[in-house]
Design a protein around this ligand. Structure first.
Ligand SMILES: [Zn+2]
Length: 165
């Protein structure tokens, strides 16, 4: 594999995991225009904020969980090991939210492939999780964290005693 540092992205606040995925891509845009670069910075920042807000709400409702659980397909952002619930907080840009998903006009083909690959990988990881008896749950970064947390709490109640670990 060839590591490529894409111009304009190295200084971004992308989390290192996604930056690595990015860098590993064989094909990459020669450059990213400033507007796209700015949007990605904003998306990533709000993405991780969304994750922190959700975690805070989950914690407030009394749930305890593992963060960035590496032992599972997709390394879920939040994992409930007893209930086997794997939660991902998906950025609207990176995971093609139907409401806010957009595609940069610069390097359009590359972006389409990249974002399609993200969505495809999400589905594949979900299938792998289900194969292991886990329930994958995806929360959009634009969703209300309190609502999402209460939904997850309901799921947790129904699943916490269903399986032993
Ligand atoms: Zn969205």
């Amino acid at each position: 594999m060839r590591f490529v540092v894409v111009a304009g992205l190295a200084a971004c606040q992308l989390d290192e995991c996604r930056l690595r995925e990015w860098a590993l891509m064989e094909q990459h845009p020669e450059a990213v225009d400033e507007r796209t670069s700015r949007r990605m910075r904003n998306v990533r920042r709000s993405g991780s904020d969304a994750e922190l807000r959700l975690r805070r709400e989950l914690h407030r409702s009394g749930l305890r969980y593992q963060v960035d659980f590496r032992g599972l397909p997709g390394s879920p952002d939040v994992a409930f090991t007893r209930a086997k619930i794997a939660v991902f907080v998906d950025g609207c840009f990176w995971h093609r939210c139907p409401v806010h998903g957009s595609q940069p006009k610069t390097n359009e083909i590359w972006w389409r492939r990249k974002l399609d690959a993200n969505v495809e990988r999400d589905r594949r990881k979900d299938a792998e999780l289900e194969g292991l008896g886990w329930l994958p749950v995806h929360v959009w970064e634009h969703e209300d964290p309190a609502e999402a947390a209460s939904l997850i709490y309901e799921l947790w109640l129904t699943r916490r005693d269903s399986e032993s670990w």
